[in-house]
Write a protein that binds this ligand. Structure first.
Ligand SMILES: *[C@@H]1O[C@H](CO)[C@@H](O)[C@H](O)[C@H]1NC(C)=O
Ligand SMILES: *[C@@H]1O[C@H](CO)[C@@H](O)[C@H](O)[C@H]1NC(C)=O
Ligand SMILES: *[C@@H]1O[C@H](CO)[C@@H](O)[C@H](O)[C@H]1NC(C)=O
Ligand SMILES: *[C@@H]1O[C@H](CO)[C@@H](O)[C@H](O)[C@H]1NC(C)=O
Ligand SMILES: *[C@@H]1O[C@H](CO)[C@@H](O)[C@H](O)[C@H]1NC(C)=O
Length: 399
């Protein structure tokens, strides 16, 4: 869109139109990494070849970086804009990372400052993380060095990520940070259930993000949403194994911002240890608000804790346990959440004494225990809440 505005003449508009048409006909200019020295086989480092192909594609409106079939070793790369128009990153083969756990950056592959990027192609980003997982001490120490995300999308606008596979990241698979208008669909993410901090998709400080039609199996959250997000839609996600879909953890860092407009719809959780979760640290270092959140049409199958609001979040006892969370949670709806729970307490809402939760609503819950098929229960504290039409809900009230 910006391109169009920048060139207001009729000629430019026609030119733009032709470019789009030519892409549909497969006539965009393609920059294939093997023409820049990349060699398949997983041994030769393709970093320079990829960077050269990117540089030329980025300088060409509608340019396509192409990774053909094959396995290409990539030590690490930064793909930076601004580019001259739309840019495509087409991966058919596999990019594989080194197994070295000591990368300096917080990413393996970074896309930065690009407006109008599409990443696609049915290929695979293999983070090769197995060795790094055993060095990850973040569950034992607060000063641990965190391994890199496989892909970090940073300060991008008007982005599409579709039909890609992410495998065995050293940490988060896909990080979306400070992006505006991003759609991710048909993303397949896989890492073992016991791999640490391997969140599927982590979204932070972004606006207008849609994630849909994706299958995520990991050792941590399938989708986690950090601070500063607005207008995020997560739909049609199959999650499991993993830790579910979460907002948070929030309240750990001073510069955090409010969260609002989060919509999670039509998702299935299979054997995850949480389903839907909002978590904030106690005590917290900031005072922010989480508002306007809806979780609807969710199926849980053998999930340990289907619904959790935890304002006393403190994994592995890494905090002081002194003080309350200062994060206000206001306006959260759980609508049509069905299926089986491992725990008897399927709804566990523990809000802050200092900032009690406001306006928490439960509609059409039907959660039974996996083992016996008996009704589950709900436990709430410091939460202003309402069960709508309780006679047709399980559970139907907080104890
Ligand atoms: C990726 O797979 C989808 C579904 O099979 C197919 O429609 C699409 O054309 C493929 N994309 C590429 C670039 O091969
Ligand atoms: C969002 O990005 C997509 C993909 O680049 C674009 O087609 C669409 O027009 C953008 N939407 C807005 C509101 O800018
Ligand atoms: C998210 O979904 C809601 C409800 O369908 C819709 O109103 C909103 O525009 C969507 N937001 C985005 C970013 O797609
Ligand atoms: C979304 O809803 C449709 C229709 O109820 C269902 O067939 C599909 O499995 C759902 N998808 C997920 C990810 O739950
Ligand atoms: C809840 O689900 C069970 C088993 O799936 C079903 O038999 C029951 O009728 C449902 N209850 C309500 C109130 O929908």
């Amino acid at each position: 869109m910006d391109f169009k505005f920048a060139y207001s003449s009729l000629f430019a508009s026609v030119f733009w139109f032709l470019c789009v048409i030519s892409y549909a006909n497969g006539e965009n200019e393609i920059f294939e990494i093997t023409d820049y020295g990349a060699v398949s086989g997983g041994k030769t480092d393709s970093t320079n070849a990829l960077m050269s192909a990117w540089k030329e594609a980025c300088a060409t409106n509608g340019g396509v970086v192409s990774i053909p079939n094959g396995i290409f070793f990539l030590r690490g790369a930064v793909f930076e804009g601004p580019c001259n128009g739309e840019t495509y990153f087409m991966i058919k083969g596999t990019l594989i990372a080194s197994d070295d756990a000591s990368l300096d950056e917080d990413y393996w592959i970074l896309f930065h400052k690009v407006d109008g990027l599409t990443i696609f192609g049915n290929g695979t980003f293999d983070g090769n993380g197995a060795k790094a997982w055993s060095y990850n001490t973040c569950d034992r120490s607060t000063s641990c060095k965190r391994p890199p995300s496989s892909i970090k999308l940073n300060t991008l606008r008007n982005t599409v990520v579709r039909e890609i596979n992410l495998l065995n990241s050293k940490m988060f698979h896909l990080t979306i940070n400070e992006c505006d208008n991003l759609s991710a669909n048909s993303i397949d993410i896989r890492a073992p259930a016991d791999s640490p901090n391997t969140d599927g998709i982590h979204i932070a400080r972004s606006n207008n993000v849609r994630v849909t039609d994706s299958r995520i199996s990991t050792g941590d959250d399938c989708v986690s949403m950090g601070d500063g997000n607005t207008n995020v839609n997560i739909t049609k996600i199959w999650c499991g194994p993993g830790h579910g879909i979460s907002i948070g953890s929030l309240g750990k860092y001073k510069e955090e911002k409010d969260v609002s407009g989060i919509f999670v719809d039509n998702c299935t959780f299979t054997k995850t240890n949480n389903g839907l979760r909002i978590k904030t640290w106690a005590p917290s270092t900031v005072s922010t608000i989480v508002s306007d959140v809806t979780f609807s049409n969710i199926l849980v199958d053998d999930v340990e804790n289907p619904i959790v609001i935890d304002q006393y979040y403190c994994p592995n006892n890494l905090c002081s346990h002194q003080g309350e969370s200062d994060i206000e949670i206001s306006g959260v709806k759980f609508v049509n959440i069905k299926g089986s729970s491992e725990s008897k307490v399927a709804v566990d809402v523990q809000c802050s004494k200092k900032k009690p939760c406001k306006n928490i609503e439960f509609v059409a819950l039907n959660l039974t225990t996996k083992a016996t098929g008996q009704p589950t229960t709900a436990s709430c504290s410091n939460a202003d809440h309402k069960f709508i039409d309780p006679s047709v809900q399980v559970p139907s009230m907080c104890s």
